[in-house]
Ligand binder design. Structure first.
Ligand SMILES: NC(=O)c1ccc[n+]([C@@H]2O[C@H](COP(=O)([O-])OP(=O)(O)OC[C@H]3O[C@@H](n4cnc5c(N)ncnc54)[C@H](OP(=O)(O)O)[C@@H]3O)[C@@H](O)[C@H]2O)c1
Length: 321
């Protein structure tokens, strides 16, 4: 099969399209023909070696990519309720050697969910990490209810554009920040107030939010505490080592200073979370924006763009292109 591979950590140029043996499912696993995969910043961070010190991360040579959608073509036995031809989507473990930028992957049922008929493979492949993070943010970490107020920082990207849609779905009032080129796009997501972050970051006198979700990692609890409600929650995505440290400091100090809370979000995905995303996509409560569909050979260039830190919606990979 054709797949992306790299033999050493490094820049996007280390990615190569190679021919590999098709993976063989182990007992309890399914073999899935990948019809679509999607890019996440995580793929580029692992490829660059940012997680190399974590002992559970398999070293190169390894594949790249985690999110995928496609159809079941085989089983290693010991799996019930799944059959060849069934359409599924999910996310591979980021720690393991196999990647989803490939023609076939193997996954256990606890990492996948059925793809509804009304949802295309391209749409399903955009959901797990990005929409999973957005939905977890506003259901588990900082639950939003009708009438509450939220600030989403970095609203145009993969996570952000789903976060705005989900916050509106539950009836919250949403202020969203993005770059000047993305203002109309974020307005189209039904955000109530859309701000160009170079002119107004939403953190200003008079503003009051029940939740601040900094997807882009541009703030800290210290910089937003004045605009958080007394019991408000500040969330970020732990996108860099400095964000993790600032979040840890904020978690401690916020507890001493009052009732505001600080959360460094860690996605807890898996079958139940993906089933919920499937239902939201089927109901069109979450509609991904796919800015490009590329082949395996285009992933390196697309990751270069992701590393520049700007982007709109999601990029889909079709391994057949
Ligand atoms: N902890 C977890 O479990 C978890 C899960 C998912 C994602 N993440 C992390 O979350 C981060 C975002 O992921 P993503 O998929 O949304 O990335 P993405 O699609 O690349 O989007 C990044 C966004 O950041 C925005 N941005 C850049 N500078 C900004 C600024 N100064 N103010 C406000 N926004 C700014 C960009 O907006 P413009 O293009 O408009 O400039 C862009 O849309 C990544 O670091 C990712 O690794 C963590």
């Amino acid at each position: 099969m054709r797949a992306l591979r790299y033999d050493r950590y490094g820049p996007p140029e280390v990615l190569e399209v190679v021919d590999l043996d098709e993976p063989v499912p182990r007992e309890g696993e399914l073999k899935i023909r990948v019809r679509a995969a999607s890019l996440n910043p995580l793929d580029a961070k692992i490829r660059a070696g940012h997680l190399r010190l974590l002992p559970m991360v398999d070293r190169p040579p390894r594949g790249n990519g985690v999110d995928f959608a496609g159809e079941i073509v085989g089983t290693g036995g010991g799996v019930s309720g799944y059959f060849p031809g069934m359409r599924v989507f999910g996310s591979l473990s980021p720690f393991r050697r196999a990647g989803s930028f490939a023609e076939y992957v193997c996954a256990a049922p606890d990492r996948i969910a059925a793809t509804p008929d009304a949802v295309t493979d391209a749409v399903a492949a955009t959901l797990p990490i990005a929409a999973g993070t957005a939905v977890q943010a506003f259901t588990v970490d900082a639950p939003l209810e009708r009438g509450m107020t939220a600030l989403v920082i970095g609203a145009a990207g993969g996570v952000g554009h789903f976060a705005v849609q989900f916050a509106k779905h539950v009836g919250a009032h949403v202020t969203a920040t993005c770059g000047a080129d993305n203002l109309d796009f974020v307005r189209s997501l039904r955000a109530d107030v859309v701000l160009d972050y170079t002119a107004d970051d939403g953190i200003r006198p008079g503003a009051r939010y029940d939740a601040v979700f900094d997807v882009a990692g541009r703030s800290s609890w210290r910089t937003v505490r004045e605009v958080l409600a007394p019991e408000g929650i500040y969330l970020n995505t732990n996108g860099s080592a400095s964000a993790v440290l600032a979040t840890m400091a904020g978690t401690l100090t916020s507890r001493l200073a009052g009732r505001q809370r600080v959360v460094g979000l860690m996605l807890r995905g898996g079958a139940p979370a993906w089933q919920r995303l499937a239902a939201l996509a089927q109901a069109r409560s979450l509609v991904p924006h796919v800015r490009a569909t590329i082949g395996l050979a285009g992933v390196a260039e697309a990751q270069r763009a992701i590393e520049r830190g700007h982007g709109r919606g999601k990029v889909v990979v079709d391994p057949a292109l």
